[in-house]
Design a protein around this ligand. Structure first.
Ligand code: NAD
Length: 531
């Protein structure tokens, strides 16, 4: 094991930020839909393990009440002119930027990520709020469609809100995953009942609180807290649409249950994302890109990279540059911008990461950087880790670690790189590095992934909010962002008004004559180039 590349400890364990006052925590937890005498659950701060929040837990009855309130509020919310919903979302946008320090403190305290990683979530939510505020009307307004018979059929496509959308979100991107999927659902005129992960519920509640400050009416967005095993069925049974982000295993259950209920579901699931470094890549840039791709939020990012396929001709130079950059990363806990890599979020995550690395090392993997937990920095820290000689018998070869661990594989040529990139059931995100952008873009189309970034890790595709984002294969169903990210929350309806002549022969015309007339009309339409 190479230990001289271990990241340097940089900070002592910080106390909780002063902005997390008892008054703020009480205001946020007061927004949870739960009875006054509810059972409580205590979360702890990953940086230190100290207790963080004492949250009421929602029972199935509390969840049913939340849907009743949401359903009652949805009708008048949907009836508002869309300009009013737009104003609320744009006010929310401004408040998020204005009060970002509070959100950054909360995200760091609940998740253990660095301030830089938390700030990305602030920008993401500002972009999402602005985009759907400014574009929803374009997607949702009634739209004329070509009628069955030109001129005679007046056809309009309408978009109705689904009703009450259920949003279930994980802990790894507590603001992006919670608010990012709720905002377009709200903008489309739905009410939302949301279950954020308990560990990061405060951040989700902060977004809800700010939406109220921005003018959201009571009842339209409800938040419940609890385990999937306790309130998951109630969330499913009352949903008109299910927006789920989490693991592939949980997503399969959600999909089965949505099928039973015959409701739509959007599933954003796990990945084992590849990065391809081609022979003509700028090695230094690719090495810097690999750091950005592998270690954000300590690798607890669905679109982060866990497999690197590097052309043999640049492999050694790339590995040297990547390893050196990784060794320079500052690992630690601090509520400022001085740290590169933060903590893992939960003991379960630390256990998985440690087990994956131990399994690989026991079976012959070589540790090029990192490779161990850092309890001296905090209970859940793990070093950014690069492994070589990773083989198919090792768990992390093709299973998601969801931590700061990447395996590097030399490849003979581009064909091998693409074949190996595609050799998992997942298909979430990928990254291709080359000096020839046009060639890289055409190779990107052959990688089986919902998003592929050229000369960038993940932010180019994720930040392209006008384009769809989501996974192929075991990485999910449906898309967020762009038109898909809001239209999925609507029920399309076609209203077709037939004027003058319909589809039956006019009075006194023989059916044969009518058939001949229609046949000629169809030929003319095709010849005229009508689509
Ligand atoms: P998880 O599936 O265990 O839990 C995610 C959330 O779903 C939690 O809030 C959990 O309480 C809830 N949940 C789980 N089963 C449920 C059920 N039957 N009913 C109701 N709620 C239920 O996932 P996790 O391990 O907490 O999150 C990490 C996973 O999420 C990783 O696999 C990661 O790749 C994935 N993820 C995917 C994306 C994406 O956009 N594709 C984004 C973030 C995370």
């Amino acid at each position: 094991m190479v230990t001289d590349h271990a990241p340097r400890p940089t900070t002592r364990r910080p106390a909780l930020p002063a902005s997390l006052t008892p008054a703020l925590l009480a205001r946020l937890t007061g927004r949870i839909s739960a009875a006054a005498d509810a059972e409580r659950v205590t979360t702890s701060a990953p940086y230190t393990g100290v207790p963080l929040a004492d949250l009421p837990v929602s029972t199935p009855a509390d969840v049913r009440d939340a849907y009743t309130r949401a359903r009652a509020a949805q009708t008048s919310w949907a009836a508002l002119p869309s300009g009013e919903r737009k104003r609320i979302l744009l006010r929310f946008h401004d408040l998020v930027l204005l009060r970002q320090d509070e959100a950054l403190d909360l995200m760091q305290a609940e998740n253990g990520k660095t301030r830089r990683d938390a700030f990305l979530e602030v920008t993401d939510i500002a972009i999402t709020a602005r985009y759907y505020a400014r574009n929803a009307a374009r997607y949702l307004s009634p739209r004329r469609r070509r009628g069955a018979i030109p001129v005679l059929t007046h056809t309009t496509e309408l978009r109705h809100p689904k009703g009450v959308v259920t949003v279930i979100s994980p802990w790894n991107y507590p603001l992006s995953m919670a608010a990012g999927d709720a905002l377009p659902a709200l903008m489309a005129g739905n009410a939302v009942v949301q279950k954020p992960d308990t560990q990061t519920a405060l951040t989700a509640l902060w977004a809800l609180d700010l939406m109220h400050e921005a003018g959201l009416p009571d009842g339209v967005w409800q938040m419940v807290v609890g385990r999937g095993s306790s309130i998951g069925d109630t969330l499913m049974d009352n949903a008109d649409y299910m927006m789920f982000t989490g693991s592939t295993a949980s997503g399969r259950k959600i999909a089965r249950d949505a099928g039973r209920r015959l409701i739509g579901a959007s599933l954003e699931l796990g990945g084992k994302n590849p990065m391809l470094v081609l022979a003509d890549a700028d090695v230094e840039k690719a090495a810097a890109g690999a750091v950005a791709a592998c270690f954000p939020s300590a690798g607890q990012l669905c679109v982060s990279v866990e497999r690197l396929y590097v052309a043999e001709s640049v492999h050694d130079a790339f590995v040297a540059a990547f390893t050196a950059r990784t060794a320079r990363l500052k690992l630690g806990a601090a509520y400022d911008y001085g740290i590169d890599v933060g903590s893992l979020t939960t003991p379960a995550q630390l256990k998985t990461v440690s087990a994956h690395v131990e399994d690989a090392v026991a079976k012959g993997a070589t540790v090029l950087a990192g490779g161990r937990a850092r309890p001296d920095l905090g209970p859940l820290f793990y070093e950014p880790t690069i492994l070589a000689d990773v083989t198919p018998d090792m768990t992390l070869y093709d299973q998601e670690t969801f931590g700061p661990v990447v395996s590097v594989h030399p490849v003979h040529d581009v064909e091998e790189a693409i074949a190996r990139a595609n050799a998992t059931p997942y298909g979430l995100n990928a990254s291709v590095w080359s000096r020839d952008g046009a060639r890289a873009r055409s190779l990107a189309a052959r990688v089986r992934a919902g998003t592929v970034n050229v000369n960038e890790a993940f932010a180019a595709a994720w930040g392209s909010i006008d384009a769809p984002m989501g996974g192929m294969g075991d990485s999910g169903l449906g898309r967020r962002h762009g038109a898909d990210g809001i239209l999925k929350y609507t029920e399309p309806q076609t209203v077709a008004h037939q004027r003058l002549q319909g589809f039956t022969p006019p009075a006194r015309m023989a059916p044969e004559t009518w058939a001949a007339l229609l046949t000629r009309a169809l030929k003319i339409l095709k010849a005229a180039g009508v689509r």
